[in-house]
Design a protein around this ligand. Sequence first.
Ligand code: F6R
Length: 607
Amino acid sequence: MCGIVGYAGNQDAVPILIAGLARLEYRGYDSAGVAVLTRGGLKVHKAAGKIRQLESSLPKRLRGNLAIGHTRWATHGEPNDRNAHPHTDCSGRIALVHNGIIENAAELRAQLEAAGHVLRSDTDTEVLAHLIEAAGEEELDQAVRRALAAVQGTYGIAVVDERHPGRLIAARNGSPIVIGVGEREMFVASDVAALVRHTQQVVYLDDGEIASIDAGGFRVTTLDDRPAAKSTATVTWGQDAYERGTHAHFMLKEIMEQDEACERALRGRLDAQFGTAHLGGLNLTARDLLEIRRVKILGCGSAYYAGIAGAHMIEGLTRLPADAEPASEFRYRNPVIEKDTLYVAVSQSGETADTLAAVREVQRKGGRVLGVINVVGSTIARECGGGIYIHAGPEVSVASTKAFTSTLVAFALLALHLGRVRDLSPAQGKRLVDALQKLPVQIREVLHTAEQIRVVAKRIARFTNAFFIGRAACYPVALEGAQKLKEISYIHAEAYPASELKHGPLALISPETPTVIVLPHDELYEKSLSSLEEIRARRGPIIAVTHPGDERIPTRADAILQVPQSEPALDPILLTVPLQLLAYYSALELGRDIDQPRNLAKSVTVE
Ligand code: F6R
């Protein structure tokens, strides 16, 4: 949420910043700005709208070797030029960009105004620029340190001051900051996506750290001015992984990559001989696993839905009670933490504020949390200290797709591993290993049906409301299908367990409201068919997402999306893929801004 880029070196910083901001646009896209230290002093340019609006409004001769930039997702103050970052102090010599929320901004603003500061925006961020000015310190890092001591909330910041040409200060508390190490040039960003075209060598700041950076290097200290030892990491993914390539949208690219993502999630983890999975990162012995009495999965949005599907897999295969809960609710309800419960935090970004807070709540009370995470080295991954990386690769589209299915694959591995320590037989384990090995090819088969799905999507796009229904482990598939459709096409979509339809929502079924029914050939199949009949009796259009082979379906459904059959525990993975494509093509038909849907942004690092 929001993107930060900074540069200190010998090249012209402006094109580097614009390219970096374009890479981070998925993190926020309502306004953007840059502050460049030019020969004539600090120059700030901002524009409401996307990066291209900013770029086209920049003066041709804007040049400098030190600069910071920002792309915004509004929290305080509407998205306009005035509220866009960077923000400056009264004198206009200090400029600052910020991700996160300053919680005591109102109080600080009142104090600053009483002391004569004139604040020009409605943002919480601007107070920080004025606090740095008010600190009256000679050295910029000391001034920033003093300002931050007065602040409550979360931040990732980058600061420049025209009295310190060549110096850039960055600090972090709860919002990521990464330093990119180049040859006689240094970069700062909130996300490695902005850096990979320049360097693969990065240093992640931890909470409570400040970095003082110039073209020649960096020095990291803590907020209370003690030196912090930092090591350099190499970024796993190259520049290509962050490119859209020949696909029209990142979302389509990421949907189409799911076969490879699944292969990566499985690589080196299956053991056909013993019918189990090896998960080196769990940091739990077989004895630890035997002591587990319950599994509780925490995540937000699609990560939470993946957690519900994961809980079904775990409970089904291990016979341990398992459930999922939105991390955003869990963190505030003073949850009881049990020592024999295994908590699992799910997050693509590894930075979601609510999920991170839930992890800390569990750990503070002595509980044990594993992470199921995509971004290597992210905050949640580091704080969990153990878990499963899903290795889906960079996910740029705001709507999560490959991270969802790869998370389900990770849960299948966890369920298999846990199950085999408990009661799952070697034969059952081997069947699952076999089915997992086939998954990438089966996903590819579904991806090859994209054109058929596109035809169905054209019909869906004509409606303003839709239902998604499924039972048991396919209820989270329905939830995810509805989530995808609403977030990128803006068609109102609701998901229900198929069994719940008759308890209320059936009242809304009509020829104007299509229902997408997730219909695997499992033990509830005939029961789900009864739900289908109830909808048909009310002339509701039906799209069945199902396996081939039942001749009754073509006469009962208006459209059929087919996926190959797998082991029942794995069916939700394959059944999700057509729903992603259905949402994508519906949004395409409606001309929506698919990769950057309105009001949303990738990685929700605020509450
Ligand atoms: C939906 C979507 C969101 C995220 C949620 C959690 O397509 O992307 O619902 O799933 O914000 O994000 P992570 O997984 O990064 O914690």
